[in-house]
Each structure stands twice: as C-alpha cells, then as structure tokens.
Design a protein around this ligand. Structure first.
Ligand code: NAP
Length: 480
C-alpha cells in the first residue's frame, strides 16, 4: 500500500508543452485518482502563453486528457483540475517571477514546493536565477531538471554549474525516467535480498552481460531533433548507464540516496576509459536502411542525405573492479528494431566438466514491454535416460501483486513530492557518465568512417554480431 504524500505546490514550467500534456499532467491525474496526492496539494502550470486558468484548463481538457488511458472519469478529472492554476511566466522576465512568488507565498501550510523545469535546458539558468531572486530557492524548494542535461561533458557541466549557483545539490532532482521503472529498481532486491544470486554475481560465474534498449519506431517526425542527438546521447549516456549501474554496483552501505548513488558512481568511474583505438575496435555505430516497406534513416524527413548520426550503437565495455575484471558488458540500443524491449541479460559460464553436456544458465531481467525475470535451466527430458533440455522459468511482476503499477513519471513525481533522491542522478554520476562517452563522440566527430548499416526491422548490423563473436559470444536473439 502506498501512503498519501506530503502537502505540496508543484510549479510546472513548460505546462503547455508536449511532455506536460502527454506525461506529467496525466501522471499527476493518476496519482490524484489513486488518492495519493494530499488534498491541499496544488499544481501551478506556468509557461509563456498568455492564458488564464480557465483557458489553460480548456487546453489540457483537449490536449492532455486524451493521454489518460486508464482510471479516467469525467468526475475525477473535474476534481483533479480543481488543484490547477495557471500563470503566464516568461523565464526571461523577472516581474513574472515576482507574481509567481506572490502566488506561492500567499499559500500557508505548504510543506514543500516542487519546481519542475520541463523546458529546453537553455532556460534552466535564467529560470534558476529568477527563482532565487524572488526567494523561491529556500530549503523547502526542490527543483526537477528534465533531460537532456547537456549534449556533451562541457554543456552538462555548464548546466549543473548554472543550477548550483542557486540550489544545493540536495534540492536537485535530475530526471532519468528509466529510474522510475519498477523492474530496474527490482535489480537491487533481486541481487541483495536473495541469497542465491549474490554469490554468483561476479567474474567467476558470469561470462558476459548484455544490456539492450530496442525501439521499434524510426525517427518519425523528429528527424531534426534526432539528427543532432543520435543513439549514444539519446539512450546510452543516460538510460543504459543506469541499467549498467544497477547490475554492476556493489552492495550499498544502506538504501539511503547517497549510499546508493555513491556505489553507482563507483561503477561509472570504473568503466575502462576508451582510447581512439578502443573506440574503433569496441564501438559499432550504424544507421537503418530501407527494408520491409520502411524508409531508411537517410530518407527520413528532415534528415540530411549525408548524415552520419547513428540510429544504432553497440559497445563492448569493461568494468575495472575485482568483481567484474575481464567480463565484457555489451551495451546496445537501436531504432527500427524488430520489437520494442529493454532488458538485461546475464550469461553465466558453462560448467567446466559438464555431467550432462548441457550449456550455461542465463538470467534475463526485462523492463519493457513486460516486466519479468526469467532464468534458463537445464532439466531432464521426459522419458528414458538422462538427456537434458533447456527450460525457462519466468517471474511475471504483473502477477506478483495486484497493486496498480504506476508509469515511471508518476513514480518519480511522487518521489520528488516526498523528497526522496534515490531515483535521481547526482551531479557527479552524470558528469562521470559523460566523461566516459566523450572519447566515442570525439572519435566519431573526427573519423571519416561512415556508420555501418542494418535493414529496418533487423537486430542491427553484422559488425555488432562480429563484436560478440570475437569473444565467442552472441546476442540474446542469436543464442539457442
Ligand atoms: P515543447 O513542447 O517545445 O514545450 C516547451 C515548453 O517551454 C512550452 O510550455 C513553452 O511555453 C515553454 N517555453 C518556451 N519558451 C519559454 C519561455 N521563454 N518562458 C517560459 N516558458 C517557455 O517541449 P517538450 O516536448 O514539452 O519538452 C520539454 C523538455 O523536456 C525539453 O527539454 C525536452 O527535450 C524534454 N523532454 C521531452 C520529452 C517529450 O516526450 N516531449 C521527453 C523527454 C524529455 P509556450 O508554449 O507557452 O511558449
């Protein structure tokens, strides 16, 4: 059972934007409908558009309500929107912030103020400066920073430095919505709450680890955005890095936010740095090509015909710790894959002298589309003799509990309201992750090599298969 949250004011910058309409407001609605929001909790939508509250409510009635897929009733919606007020605030205009501060301060009994910056990061610095000028950066204020937090190490450092001028690290909640996924969080209890996993979770027993985020969609209408971003920045530096940290970290001293984040930081810091030669050998970038009636990346709307932006990346990484020395971690993500999935695979080593001639065991932790944990076992074939066959045992999280499973954004919003930092990135973690990916970005920026190719709706280029074959390994879909 989840308890009701503290009282709050959420000031939602970018309230008229796509993210607010599609995710943030629907997620707040769900928390409201589930009775989790304090009855007095209030949502102040702010953005540049000159609307009054009635106009904003009309807008969200048409643009946001349609994204609420479950537990919707018009009556519940009406009770939800009674929490909402709208103010026009241009981040560049101090007097708008003075009105905002008056509105917030007119309210008594607010336990905490959550400021959610769902705007382009270029607005973070002026917004923070103006918030501080009007006194909206006190110890009861938390600030949520939406991704992307930079496009490289320098820009990320700049954003962090700008915000740090006005807010303490303990007030800063950096969003990576993968951290809101239940089955990623489940990795810690799985590893450290069950006696039989921890003893084999290391180089003595694990042959390799694979982390995949596969998207079925192409770049759709977002060609311009995507072409300046690419798969490495869009998925690896943030989401895949979080998955890697949960799989590879040591047991934290406690479940306190800083103890957990300290251990995650140590994983990122222990990733072997890559030289240009390492990038050439251990990183594959690729673009999807036309196939199965689908366009290739270079034919997509707003993508330059000579673009070298990767829609797929596969990396062979290593973590230089006693636990993981020599174990390859294969990280990959791609668009236009055959299906949508996010999963972590631990391939265990084959037995040295197998009595049954069987192969190795495998553990798959799936974050999406379904949330499952599967183990592959070798069991006796029915009939005479002792021949064995592979069998998979799957724990389906949807069957473990009847509790409503919240979307990642809802869970994260609830964590901010309650002031828990565990599921948010600390500055040092984020910057270390950028440090590790920078040699890859630098190499790609300077090499004349073109990306490899893979047909739309395939699992990636041959070169990525070869990357694993070199170690005698194969991607999950190629394993028997
Ligand atoms: P968007 O649809 O372009 O909306 C931008 C918002 O910023 C609008 O509400 C806009 O207000 C506001 N804004 C622009 N200039 C402003 C100013 N000078 N003062 C105050 N407000 C201003 O963007 P979005 O898709 O919601 O994305 C917001 C951020 O989240 C971006 O950094 C994006 O990369 C990130 N993000 C988005 C998604 C997604 O699915 N959309 C997912 C992950 C991360 P007006 O409309 O009133 O001008």
């Amino acid at each position: 059972m989840t308890a009701q949250l503290n009282n709050f004011d959420i000031i939602l910058f970018g309230a008229t934007g796509d993210l607010a309409m599609r995710k943030l407001l629907p997620c707040l609605y769900q928390a409201h409908a589930a009775g989790l929001l304090h009855p007095e909790g209030r949502i102040l939508g702010v953005s540049r558009s000159k609307l009054d509250t009635a106009g904003f409510l009309e807008k969200i009635h048409s643009d946001s309500k349609i994204h609420i897929k479950t537990h919707f009733s018009e009556e519940m919606w009406q009770s939800f929107v009674r929490r909402i007020q709208y103010l026009t605030v241009d981040v560049n205009n101090l007097s708008d912030f003075e009105r905002l501060a008056q509105t917030v301060k007119a309210r008594t009994q607010t336990d905490n103020v959550v400021i959610y910056l769902s705007t382009a990061p270029k607005f973070f610095a002026p917004a923070c400066e103006h918030l501080a000028k009007v006194g909206l950066n006190g110890s009861n204020v938390r600030i949520v920073l939406e991704k992307p937090l930079g496009t490289d190490l320098a820009s990320s450092q700049q954003i962090n430095a700008d915000v740090a001028q006005y807010f303490q690290e303990q007030q800063i909640y950096r969003i990576d919505h993968y951290l809101g996924k239940e089955n990623l969080q489940n990795v810690l209890p799985l590893r450290f709450g069950n006696i039989f996993f921890e003893p084999v979770w290391n180089r003595d027993f694990v042959q390799s680890v694979q982390i995949t985020i596969a998207e079925q969609l192409g770049v759709e209408e977002r060609g311009e955005f995507y072409d300046s971003t690419g798969a490495l920045r869009d998925m690896v530096q943030n989401h895949i890095m979080q998955m890697l940290c949960f799989v590879a970290m040591e047991r934290p001293k406690s479940l306190g936010a800083d103890d957990v984040r300290d251990e995650k930081l140590k994983v990122v810091a222990a990733l072997k740095p890559m030289t240009a030669n390492d990038v050439a050998r251990n990183v594959i970038r690729a673009q999807y090509t036309a196939a199965n009636g689908l366009k290739g990346y270079l034919q997509e709307h707003n993508v330059p015909a000579d673009s070298r932006t990767e829609t797929y990346v596969a990396i062979r990484a290593e973590i230089d710790t006693p636990r993981w020395q020599g174990v390859p971690f294969y990280l990959r993500t791609g668009k236009r894959m055959p299906s949508r999935s996010a999963e972590i695979v631990l391939n265990f080593k084959p037995q040295a002298k197998p009595l049954f001639g069987a192969n190795a065991n495998r553990l798959v932790i799936r974050l999406q589309p379904d949330e499952t944990i599967s183990t592959t076992w070798w069991v006796k074939q029915v009939g005479s003799g002792l021949d064995v066959q592979a069998a998979t045992m799957t724990l389906d999280m949807a069957q473990v509990s009847d509790e409503r499973r919240a979307e990642a954004y809802e869970l994260l919003l609830r964590e901010v309201i309650d002031g828990r930092l565990n599921l948010f990135n600390r500055r040092d973690e984020l910057e270390k992750a950028w440090e590790w990916v920078m040699p890859i970005l630098d190499y790609w920026a300077t090499t004349p090599d073109k990306p490899c190719e893979y047909p739309a709706q395939s699992w990636g280029p041959q070169e990525a298969k070869d990357l694993l074959a070199r170690d005698g390994n194969a991607w999950l879909e190629d394993q028997q």
